[in-house]
Ligand binder design. Structure first.
Ligand SMILES: Cc1cc2nc3c(=O)[nH]c(=O)nc-3n(C[C@H](O)[C@H](O)[C@H](O)COP(=O)(O)OP(=O)(O)OC[C@H]3O[C@@H](n4cnc5c(N)ncnc54)[C@H](O)[C@@H]3O)c2cc1C
Length: 414
C-alpha cells in the first residue's frame, strides 16, 4: 500500500500519478474467519481496525451491504465533542475524542480534524441554569468547558443574531470540540484495517445467522455462508432487523435524520454552534458550505430520505439565528437512518447469544464515538468481557433500570 507523504506525492507526480495503489481492495469472502463484523460504517471499520492492530486478531472480515461509509458515517454533520453530563458518558466520549486527536497520524490519512470549538446556546434563564449545571458536571468530569456571555458569543460568532425570537442569553463552549471530515474517517479506517490484514467485503448483505446451542457459529450472506468464532454487529438503523435474525428484540427505534448544505461561501463561521431549544446546529465545512441539521423526522422509517417539513423547520431555525444566510441557496439535502435507544445512550457489548456482540443505539450522535466505540468493542470481542469504559452501556441496563439519559440531563444533542 502506498504511504501518503510529501515525498511520495512528489515522487508519484513525476510518474503522472499512475502508480498509486487502491486504498483497499474489495475481496471475495473466505469460508471462515475468527471474527466477522457486520456493517462497514465507522463503528464496524474501527472495530476491525482495532481488532487487528490492538488485539492481535487479523483474520477478520467486514461485510457491508452497500459501500464503505454509505450509511450514517458518510451522512452526518461531522460534529465531535466530549462534553457529556454523566461520568460514564464523559469518560467514554473523551477517550474517543483523544483517539481522534491522534488518528490522522496513526492511519497516515488526513481526517481533517478541526478543533474549532463547539458552542451550545441558552435562550432563557432556565436553560442558562441547566447549562451552568451541565458545565459544572463537565468540569468535574475533567473535560474543558467555558461559559460565554452574549457579548463573548458575538465576538466569537459575529454573524449571529442575539436578539432573535428566542434571545441568546449565554453559551457553553468546549474548545476541543469541532468537526472531522466524515468520508475520510470511513476511508482512513478501511485503509488501515485492510493494511492490517482485514478483508473488506462490499456489496455483501447479511441474510441470516447460524445459532446452535445458544451461540452463533456463522452467518448467511448474499455471497454465501461464512463460519466464524465470533460475530460483531454494527449496523446502526438496521440493528432491530439484524437482531431479529438471532431471535433477539432490541429497544431501538429507527428514524430518518436529515442534514443539508448551502452553496459554498468564504469563511464566516469558525465554531460549531448548536441551539437545543431552537433545534438547530450549524458549522462551516472546509469547502465553505454552511452545514445544518436539527431533530429527526418524527416517524419511524428505514428510508435514507426525510420529509419536507423537517427541511423547512431546520432552515427556519437557522435563519432565526443567522438571518444573513437567507440569501444563500440550499445546495444538497440527504438523510440517514438513526438507531434511537430509549435513553439516547448506546447499547454496546455482549448479547444473550454467545459470541454475538452488538454495537448500536448511537442515534443522532455516534460519529464522535467511532474510535472509542471501535476500540472498546474490539476489546470486548477479543476478551469476551466488557471493556471498563462501556460496562455501563450494556444490553441488560434496561432490565436493571440503570438508564443513562444524556438528552434529558443536559438538554444538548449531537
Ligand atoms: C444527518 C445525520 C447527522 C448526524 N450528525 C452527527 C454529528 O454531527 N455528530 C455525531 O457524533 N453523530 C452524528 N450522527 C450520527 C452518526 O452518523 C452515527 O451515529 C454513526 O455514523 C453510526 O455509525 P455506524 O458505523 O454505527 O453506522 P453506519 O455508518 O450507518 O454503518 C452501518 C452500516 O451497516 C450496513 N448494513 C446494514 N444492514 C446490513 C446488512 N444486513 N448486511 C450488511 N451490512 C449492513 C449499512 O449499509 C451501513 O453502511 C448523524 C447522523 C445523521 C444521519
Amino acid at each position: 500500500m502506498s504511504h501518503y507523504s510529501f515525498f511520495n506525492i512528489a515522487k508519484k507526480a513525476i510518474g503522472g500519478h499512475q502508480s498509486w495503489q487502491p486504498a483497499w481492495r474489495n475481496v471475495a469472502p473466505k469460508k471462515h474467519y475468527d471474527v466477522v463484523i457486520i456493517g462497514g460504517g465507522g463503528h464496524g471499520l474501527a472495530t476491525a481496525y482495532y481488532l487487528a492492530t490492538r488485539q492481535g486478531i487479523s483474520n477478520v472480515a467486514v461485510i457491508e451491504k452497500g459501500w464503505v461509509g454509505g450509511g450514517n458515517t458518510g451522512r452526518n454533520t461531522q460534529v465531535v465533542r466530549s462534553n457529556y453530563f454523566y461520568p460514564e458518558s464523559a469518560a467514554f466520549y473523551d477517550h474517543s475524542l483523544k483517539l481522534y486527536e491522534n488518528l490522522s497520524h496513526e492511519l497516515n490519512f488526513n481526517l481533517m480534524l478541526s478543533q474549532r470549538g463547539q458552542l451550545s446556546l441558552a435562550h432563557n434563564e432556565h436553560e442558562l441554569e441547566m447549562m451552568r449545571r451541565t458545565g459544572n458536571a463537565i468540569l468535574l468530569n475533567g473535560i474543558d468547558a467555558y461559559e460565554l456571555s452574549p457579548a463573548e458569543i458575538k465576538k466569537r460568532v459575529p454573524l449571529i443574531n442575539l436578539n432573535a425570537r428566542y434571545p441568546v442569553m449565554g453559551g457553553l463552549l468546549q474548545p476541543r470540540g469541532g468537526i472531522v471530515r466524515h468520508d475520510a474517517v470511513a476511508w482512513g479506517l478501511a485503509r488501515g484495517a485492510y493494511n492490517a490484514g482485514v478483508d473488506i467485503i462490499e456489496n455483501c448483505s447479511l441474510t441470516g445467522m447460524d445459532i446452535n446451542d445458544g451461540g452463533i457459529t456463522g452467518i448467511q450472506t448474499s455471497l454465501g455462508s461464512i463460519s466464524a468464532e465470533k460475530v460483531g454487529v454494527a449496523v446502526a438503523g438496521h440493528s432491530s432487523e439484524v437482531a431479529r435474525m438471532a431471535g433477539l428484540q432490541l429497544p431501538i427505534t429507527s428514524m430518518s435524520l436529515q442534514a443539508m448544505v448551502t452553496e459554498p461561501i468564504k469563511p464566516v463561521l469558525d465554531v460549531s454552534v448548536i441551539s437545543p431549544s431552537i433545534h438547530m446546529y450549524t458549522s462551516q465545512s472546509d469547502r465553505g458550505e454552511i452545514v445544518l441539521g436539527g431533530g429527526a423526522d418524527v416517524y419511524n422509517s428505514y428510508a435514507q430520505r426525510g420529509s419536507l417539513p423537517a427541511i423547512e423547520n431546520n432552515v427556519a431555525a437557522l435563519l432565526e439565528l443567522f438571518p444573513r444566510f437567507s440569501r444563500l441557496k440550499l445546495m444538497r439535502q440527504w438523510a440517514g437512518v438513526v438507531d434511537m435507544s430509549p435513553d439516547t445512550s448506546p447499547i454496546i457489548g455482549k448479547t444473550p447469544v454467545d459470541n454475538l456482540f452488538i454495537n448500536c443505539g448511537w442515534g443522532t450522535g455516534g460519529f464522535k464515538a467511532i474510535p472509542g466505540g471501535g476500540d472498546t468493542f474490539a476489546h470486548t470481542i477479543a476478551h469476551n468481557k466488557p471493556h471498563p469504559l462501556i460496562e455501563a452501556f450494556d444490553w441488560w441496563r434496561f432490565e436493571r433500570g440503570a438508564l443513562i439519559d444524556e438528552s434529558a440531563a443536559s438538554g444538548v444533542a449531537h
